[in-house]
Structures are given as C-alpha cells and as structure tokens.
Design a protein around this ligand. Sequence first.
Ligand code: ADP
Ligand code: GLC
Length: 475
Amino acid sequence: MHVLSVASEVYPLVKTGGLADVVGALPAALKPHKVDMRVLVPGYPAVMAALTQGKVIHGYDDLFGAAAKIIRGEVHGMDILAIDAPHLYDRPGNIYLGPDGRDWPDNAIRFAALSTVAADIGRGAIAGYQPDLLHLHDWQAALAAVDLRYRGGPRSMLTVHNIAFQGQFPASIFPRLGLPVAAYAMDGLEYYGNVGFLKGGLATADLITTVSPTYAREICTPEYGMGLDGLLRARRQVTHGIVNGIDTTVWDPGKDESLAATYTARSLSKRPMNKRALEAQFNLESGDGIIHGVVSRLTWQKGLDILTAMLDGLVATGARLALVGTGEAGIENAIKAAAQRHPGRIGVIMRYDEAISHLVQGGADTMLVPSRFEPCGLTQLYGLRYGCVPIVARTGGLADTVIDANEAALSAGVATGFQFSPVDEPSLQNALQRAATLFAQPKQWSLMQRNGMGADVSWEKSAEHYTALYRSLKE
Ligand code: ADP
Ligand code: GLC
C-alpha cells in the first residue's frame, strides 16, 4: 500500500508542535503493516538543508508565481518529498509567521501550493510513483481533498490535529487557488462567504480522522467544534478518533541522551539524578519536595493562564515549578513575574528547546497539562513513559490516555495520573492537592510511576487502525 502523507511540519526537520511528532512517527509505525509512506512537505530552509543529497524528480515552470521543483531524499529513515519553491518557503524564522509575529500574508498561497503538488502527485505527476491514497494533515494540506474531489484522483483521508486552526481567508483569494470554479460551493470550499481550507477538506475528504476518540465526539458539539460541528455531525459516519502514539525510540528514558541519568521502571532510584540536573538547569533550590513540570505552548488552549494565577498559592504549599515554553506575551509576562517573585521555587525557560523538554520529563515529578481543549496531547504521553506523573484536564486525548487516581483506580492499583474538570482554578487546585497527598506516600507514588511507564503509548494499535482505514479507501 502506497500512501502519500502531506503536512506542513515533520519531526525532526521542522516542528512547532505535536503535529510534527505525529507526521514524523507515522512512516516507521506503519512500515510493519506493509504501508509505504512518503511524506510531502514544503521546502523550508531546514528541509532543504537536510536534502542536499536529494534528487529532482519533478519540475514546475510556474507554481503559484515562480518555477519550483520536487526533491526526493531519505532523511532519518523517511522518504521525504520536498517542494523546492524559494518564493514560497525560503524564509527565515517561524514557518507560519513573519518577523512581526503575524501570519505570512501569503499563507493561503503557500499552503495551496502544498495541496496542489499533493493532488498532482496523486494523479501520477511523478514517474514510477502512484500513491493509492493521500493522508492529509490539518488545514495546510486540506485543499488537496477539494482538488481531488473536483478534478479526480485517488481517495483521501484528512486528519484534524486541532480544529482551532482552520485556514480561513477572504473569498477574493479563491481565483488564485487554482481550483475549478465549482469548488467555491457550500459542499466545497465556501464557508460563510469566505474560503475555508479545513472546511473544504472536511466536506470533501473520503475519510476524516482526529487524534483521539473523545475529541472526535467533542468536535461534533458547538462547544468544541468552533463552527464546524454541524458539518462534522453530518459526516459522523466517516469520522474516526485514533489516539496518537509516541516514537518510543526518541522518547526512551532508558537511552535518552538529554538526561543526566538514564533509567527504567526497574531502576527508578536513578531518576532523582535528573531531578538534581533539572534543579540546576532551572535555578531551583535543591530538595526532595515535589517539582511540577510544564512543557507547552503558552496559549489560551493550554490553560496556562489558570495555572499562572495560582502560582503564589502553589509555592506556599512548598511545591516548585519548572516550565519550558513560549507563546502569548500576556501569559509569558505573568509567568516571568511569578518567577521573579519566587526565585528558586519557580524556574522558567522561555524558548523552544527539545533537549530541555526531555530533561523536564525525566526530572520533574509531574507533568501539568491544564488544557481547555486538547485534541490528543503528547506531553502527557511522554510523561507516562518517563515516570513524570501527568496531571491533566479531563478533555480530548488527555481524558483518553490518563487513568485518574480516584479511589477505585487506587485500590485496584491501576492509576497513572490525575484528571480534573472543569478547567478552572478550584478543580486544578484540588488535583494538585491530591497529587501532593500521594507524593507524600512514596510507595503509592512509585506504583503510579511504574503503571505509567508500563502503559502502552506506542503506535502499535493506532497504526493498525490507520492501516484498516487505508485499506477501506483502497478497495
Ligand atoms: P500541541 O501540538 O498542541 O502544541 P502536543 O502536546 O501535541 O501539543 O505537542 C507539543 C509538542 O511540542 C511536544 O513534543 C512537546 O514536547 C513540544 N514542545 C512544546 N513546547 C516546547 C518547548 N518550549 N521546547 C521544546 N519542546 C516543546
Ligand atoms: C495538535 C493538538 C495536540 C495533538 C497534536 C498532534 O497540535 O493541539 O493535542 O497532540 O496536534 O496530533
């Protein structure tokens, strides 16, 4: 089975969030199921730098304004197809945002190009390669489903990683997208008089998936659907929730080079060496008391404004916090101010740093994820694998992957973390309290750590599910 995966980011070449991790992990996860997956991505500078040995396999005289090439190369065991189009992708810094922190003004065109190339490849543009289907990720690739529907080609699956990002643009952009006029329709790309990339994809893809069963249900409701719930209800029959796995080779506490000491469930006694390293890295006072960890984009979605408002109280209980993240200025500033009020108790690193994110998982006692909504969430999965006990909001994939330490789960000895709901201060407060109580009982705590480390967070089951859906599309 040949599947072309299409996305705007892929780990380890270019990553702003969990989407990259998932797109980067799927090819290897699917290989045992006899799925040959190539990954089509824009040729950003980091991608082109990794493909210096790549081969040109196709050329465009004019791809949305200038000549372009498709380059194929093997990177980290992945079969990568990159769109070498400097007029669209050869820009420094963030892949979505200009230096002013705003979306690049031509994002509609940049990602329409990604979709156009994907659909062309679907229709056989590359000699000797005919994908059986296209697996599209998020709004940046969604237009390919529209293209294939209106112009023909293989079938498509669209995966929604986050319905908050929809790719909406004024209708005036439509003539520049290179699609047939008929596609500007209610069952196509048109969205309340605008153009909606994700909306178009959801309306036209043969199958829709999202990254957890709970989120699949949630987005059918007005509360979580962000305007697309009606369409999703209408397409419920073809919508599936498949929880993400993690790359257990990249995230392996037994082999992790970013840790001060590697460990397994059987050698948890070595874990405190990472706690010492974490204290040093985040300028925290040293001690055995609880350290809460956060690895996150600092946005409204992630609920970190709620946590920030509680930090004085948290520190008063003796707890410490190690946070690595970047995001909205308001949240960043509030956290920085809290860190200044509580030197040695609150440590923050405000940048994107993959190695430090591993150290937090390996050294902190808990992984806090107070998200208002969370399609899947990966940091709680890394937390489980690293014995960094997750404290999560009961929503989306967080609800599906953490077993709350309620009385029943505790007496059965199966708890892996803490859930709270609703997402507000009192209930987060309550979860932090419950965590502190159990943390004071080392036997209970280490049982919870070992339960988490033994939980199946691999791609195994989900890869099977994807493969079954691919098969249903190929038939
Ligand atoms: P989302 O994709 O919504 O941001 P996920 O939990 O699915 O949430 O994925 C976030 C990914 O980004 C994880 O791999 C996490 O470790 C990583 N991450 C987030 N912020 C940082 C940061 N400041 N430094 C390093 N990694 C980060
Ligand atoms: C999105 C979601 C996150 C999910 C990730 C990978 O970024 O916000 O919950 O884990 O995609 O699917």
